[in-house]
Write a new protein. Sequence first.
Length: 170
Amino acid sequence: MGVKREELDVRRITNRVILLPNGLSLLRLSLTSVLVMQILRDGSMILPFYCVLSLSDILDGALARKLHATSNIGRYLDVVADFTLLFSISSVYMVQGLYHPLLLAAELTSFSLFLLRGGRALGYDPLGKHIGTLLYAVILVTLLEPPAFTIQLLQIVAVLYIALALMIRA
């Protein structure tokens, strides 16, 4: 009744393959606090560090699909890592007076609805992808230090888009 050696080897390989994309999500999750500390300290290398973390968001999903290692826990972990990164940075910028509280409310509402659905819609979620991409872009533009009007306009677009997306989902 024991498990065959070949079956154990396949399980080990599968577990390692699944760990790779999930490891990228966990890395993004754990390095979020480092980036936030850099922003608070007005440190250097914030933009490249943010770009690396953003790239990890693209790579984890692409890697999981390429390796046929997609999983519900991986999809959920990706969303949690994205939310933690985006909400943490947005919170710092709100405290610093760069972001309006409505942007954070929109982010929090979107993520809360995801949680209330029990993490359902873990398959391809175009609205979730669009919201995440938009929020990543708003932060990227903020890091490029454009005029305040540009940041305000982007926040308005983001809040309106998130509100519209949430109404469509309902």
